[in-house]
Ligand binder design. Structure first.
Ligand code: GTP
Ligand code: MG
Length: 239
């Protein structure tokens, strides 16, 4: 092959990769938007019915090319964009942060009832925490994305956790990430202890929440009562 032919082949291969990457980005960004919109709608509906939001906040991200390549390499898989599409289920990720543990399962239940969301994998690291103490509910869902070529099912990884679990996971990630070798046992033990302490705090907050509802009624009822009392007070002040 002449040098000119070689350059031309490389250019067309590179062009093909760029096209594949843009196509991938379109699909996964569309899937993220869809999942986020769905979760926002569920949160709004819950707010309308119960006067409180189960979702505290949400974040989303698409895996970088570098981290897709690293994961394929780690798992001894072919390193290419079609291989990433068929082998990786976490190219698109949405993290949902809830206030209380029960809210996590409420969101999960509401997602299960959606016709156009297909739950393909569930890993409950709350009921069965990882050895290091990590807790979260992980789901892989498939959502339909409509492209020129037709409808395609795109996987999105959803991690659902409480504010407290998120606090722990963020710090643990940065601490473990910066440690070049395996983390020393005494530090690992201390981290595990903090995860256990945090889980106990989550349970206490859940208990306080349940106790307030039991004694003073559901948030929606308390809110209605509060508004009625306020209106009565205003009326008195006027008259
Ligand atoms: P990855 O190759 O990391 O995607 O792992 P996996 O495909 O085996 O899935 P797993 O459910 O174990 O983890 C998926 C994601 O959950 C990770 O990419 C992290 O965002 C989060 N995660 C899992 N384990 C831990 C952990 O021990 N600490 C922290 N901070 N995050 C974790
Ligand atoms: Mg991952």
């Amino acid at each position: 092959m002449s040098e000119k032919d070689e350059i031309s082949l490389m250019t067309s291969q590179f062009q093909e990769m760029v096209d594949q990457f843009f196509d991938l980005q379109c699909r996964y960004q569309a899937a993220i938007r869809l999942v986020q919109a769905k979760l926002e709608a569920l949160d709004d509906e819950f707010q309308a019915q119960h006067s409180r939001n189960p979702i505290h906040s949400m974040q989303s991200r698409m895996k970088t090319i570098r981290s897709m390549m690293d994961k394929l390499e780690r798992n001894h898989l072919e390193i290419s964009i079609p291989s990433a599409v068929s082998n990786l289920q976490d190219i698109a990720g949405v993290r949902v942060i809830c206030s209380y543990i029960q809210d996590i399962y409420t969101i999960y239940e509401l997602l299960q009832r959606q016709d156009d969301i297909h739950i393909v994998k569930v890993r409950d690291y709350i009921r069965e925490p990882k050895d290091n103490g990590y807790r979260s509910l992980h789901l892989v869902v498939e959502v339909p994305v409509y492209l020129a070529e037709g409808r395609v099912a795109v996987p999105v990884e959803i991690q659902i956790r409480t504010i407290a679990m998120d606090f722990w996971a963020s710090l643990e990630h940065s601490l473990s990430y910066k440690t070049p070798e395996t983390i020393p046992q005494d530090i690992a033990d201390e981290l595990l202890q903090t995860a256990t302490d945090i889980a106990a705090l989550d349970e206490r907050m859940q208990h306080i929440h349940d106790e307030v509802e039991k004694r003073f009624g559901k948030t929606a009822d308390r809110y209605r009562l509060h508004r009625a009392l306020l209106a009565e007070k205003r009326q008195r002040e006027k008259g």
